[in-house]
Design a protein around this ligand. Structure first.
Ligand SMILES: [Mn+2]
Length: 335
């Protein structure tokens, strides 16, 4: 059953010993949403399976108490935060739970006791409106967490809407946090050496398709696929797919520039369609999405490329061709 902000917290008030559960490799949006709710309503912040780099800095700096890999049965009720698929919870079995989320795919809401879903750019923004509906204060710790969640989930405001900026302004006013503090916190986050290696490997292994002036980059790494995929966009790709094989299964992280989204690319939809072919899980946003399936990585990557090429060929009225890096080297050598 879908509820609104006021109904959401009214229902939570009926429960004791609440677990706010963040998806695996939790990001600042998930952690800060869970933390803000736990501060306002009471309860425990739980991580299904670890958290990312910026999130771990937040946990340390803000002194957020978290339980890693909690047993849901130890709690009276579970609030699943910023999560849309069961795979993101490592297929953890939940009996009584609700969902608060902003992703376009909503598979988890099916068996939830109730859920709150908004098409906001972050879950933090939904939580902010809950706190306002409750009349709860936004303290400095909660404010820093929320702002970090919004900045990271919007790709440093790249995907921000007018509503995003309105909420950011209100959080700054309510909490007394300065925006610069948030930037400092993120800048102070050290980049993991293995992440930097993975990103450089992804760049060196890239396969490139061109449709008119759009570039589709595909690559693979053994970890940090999400970061590698974002990096390929930052260095010139319009759409990027990065595969990570783990035993029998494969994960693809996909990112797209706004121009590619405007040209008809909806990665969430592409990922959902491909995952259905394999009985896997997939989805996300139009500009950022992922897939988890049991299949050959090369095959799934090719499906992503083919679907994307087809969409762009139609919308840009052009044909696609693969750009070979080896040819370029030979040409240069022959000159
Ligand atoms: Mn989020």
């Amino acid at each position: 059953m879908e509820v609104d902000e006021a109904e959401f917290f009214n229902r939570l008030l009926d429960y004791r010993n609440i677990l706010y559960l963040c998806h695996r490799n939790a990001d600042p949006d998930a952690i800060s949403s869970a933390f803000a709710l736990s501060e306002a309503i009471g309860g425990t912040v739980g991580l299904v399976d670890g958290c990312n780099r910026v999130a771990s800095v937040l946990i340390e700096r803000l002194g957020i108490e978290v339980v890693d890999k909690p047993n849901p049965n130890d709690y009276g009720f579970v609030v699943v935060v910023d999560t849309s698929t069961k795979a993101q919870l490592n297929d953890l079995e939940l009996t009584r739970y609700c969902v608060i989320d902003h992703h376009t795919t909503t598979a988890l809401t099916e068996n939830a006791e109730f859920f709150l879903h908004r098409n906001s750019t972050s879950t933090v923004e939904i939580v902010y409106n809950i706190l306002k509906a409750m009349g709860a204060p936004i303290n400095r710790r909660v404010g820093i967490g929320m702002l970090t969640g919004i900045v990271t989930d919007t790709g440093h405001f790249k995907h921000a809407s007018a509503d995003t900026f309105r909420t950011v302004a209100k959080i700054i006013e309510d909490s007394g946090v300065e925006y610069g503090e948030v930037l400092d916190l993120m800048a102070a986050t050290p980049q993991d050496i293995s992440m930097r290696i993975a990103i450089l490997k992804a760049a060196s292994r890239v396969e490139l398709d061109r449709v008119e002036d759009m570039l589709i980059a595909s690559s693979h790494v053994s970890s940090f696929g999400g970061s590698a995929s974002s990096m390929l966009i930052n260095i010139g790709a319009d759409v990027a797919f990065v595969g990570t094989a783990k035993g029998e299964s494969v994960r693809i992280s996909a990112r797209a520039k706004r121009d590619a989204v405007n040209a008809g690319i909806n990665l969430g939809q592409i990922m959902e369609d491909i995952s259905n072919e394999y009985n896997g899980t997939g989805g996300g946003h139009s500009g950022a999405a992922g897939i988890d399936v049991i299949a050959d990585m090369k095959e799934v990557l090719n499906k992503c490329r083919e679907k994307t090429k087809k969409i762009l060929e139609v919308s840009l009225k052009g044909t696609s061709k693969e750009i070979s890096f080896n040819d370029e080297i030979e040409e240069l050598e022959n000159e």
